[in-house]
Write a protein that binds this ligand. Structure first.
Ligand code: IGP
Length: 265
């Protein structure tokens, strides 16, 4: 059983919800990423979604775009992201890490080599934003053979067919995007989310994480009533941007703990 699957089993058994923060590898500075990952764990994160910076992140709003640009300015590549995971693994062998990115860097490396190197670095799951499930049966199989969970996105616009397709090839969890548009939006509708999740559950027992527009304890708690886990990205990136010099790591840990407490209450 994969680390991600085991984690969701344990969450379910203890009646808890997963917390999946997103940070971009190399933002604000490559030297900080591993330290930030450990702070996420101390605060009570379940899984870390580590973003591979990309020059044309079409699913991302301005906040994560800026974050990607900062990381690219520091010369961060897919290879250096894997090095950061390796470094993180020296002190944390249990927290699942999901690498999130766009197809281009993965294809440049080649899917085969990517799978081998990602596994060796300690990656547990891979989410390629621009890989629709129905076109990625081979890719998903290759990841699974390497021992990596292929994670796919579903959205309010996903057809019944696509839901079925994703359910067939995904493992670990399915990422349900709460709304149309880009990351960092502010019009989250938890009722809409709660009405679609049962339709996905009709097709699969895989846990469902929900992201896009979750920015505080209240929205996290509200979404968690129907989801198995919540993903928070843009709010965290803004917190890192706004933190006073030297305070980013502690502010991040405090923020995550606040969300963790809300989910547990
Ligand atoms: O930023 P938000 O609205 O909190 O959404 C999560 C999100 O940032 C993270 O999961 C993510 C970052 N880039 C993406 C691109 C596509 C899907 C998801 C993502």
């Amino acid at each position: 059983m994969s680390k991600i699957t085991a984690l969701f089993k344990e969450l379910k058994a203890t009646g808890k919800k997963g917390l999946i923060p997103f940070i971009t590898a190399g933002d604000p500075d490559p030297k900080m990423t591993v330290e930030l990952m450990h702070a996420l764990v101390r605060g009570g994160s379940s899984v870390i979604e580590l973003g591979v910076p990309f020059s044309d992140p079409m699913a991302d709003g301005p906040v994560i775009q800026r974050s990607s640009e900062r990381a690219l300015t520091h010369g961060v590549t897919l290879h250096s992201c894997l090095e950061m995971v390796k470094e993180f693994r020296k002190k944390d062998s249990t927290t699942p890490v999901v690498l999130m990115g766009y197809a281009n860097p993965v294809e440049q490396m080649g899917a085969e080599r990517f799978a081998t190197e990602a596994k060796a670095a300690g990656v547990d799951g891979v989410l390629v934003v621009d890989y629709p499930p129905e076109e990625c049966v081979d890719f998903a199989a290759r990841m699974r053979v390497a021992g990596i969970d292929p994670i796919f996105l579903l959205a309010p616009t996903s057809s019944h067919e696509r839901i079925k397709e994703a359910a067939k090839i995904a493992s670990g969890y399915i990422y349900y995007v709460s709304m149309r548009g880009v990351t960092g939006a502010s019009h989250l509708n938890t009722q809409d989310v709660a009405s679609i999740i049962p339709k996905i559950r009709e097709e699969t027992d895989i846990p469902i994480a929900v992201g896009f527009g979750i920015s505080d304890a209240a929205s996290a708690k509200a979404v968690s009533t129907s989801a198995d886990a919540v993903v928070i990205g843009s709010r965290i990136i803004r917190l890192l941007e706004d933190a006073p010099p030297g305070q980013a790591v502690q502010s991040l840990e405090n923020f995550i703990r606040e969300i963790r407490d809300a989910l547990d209450s």
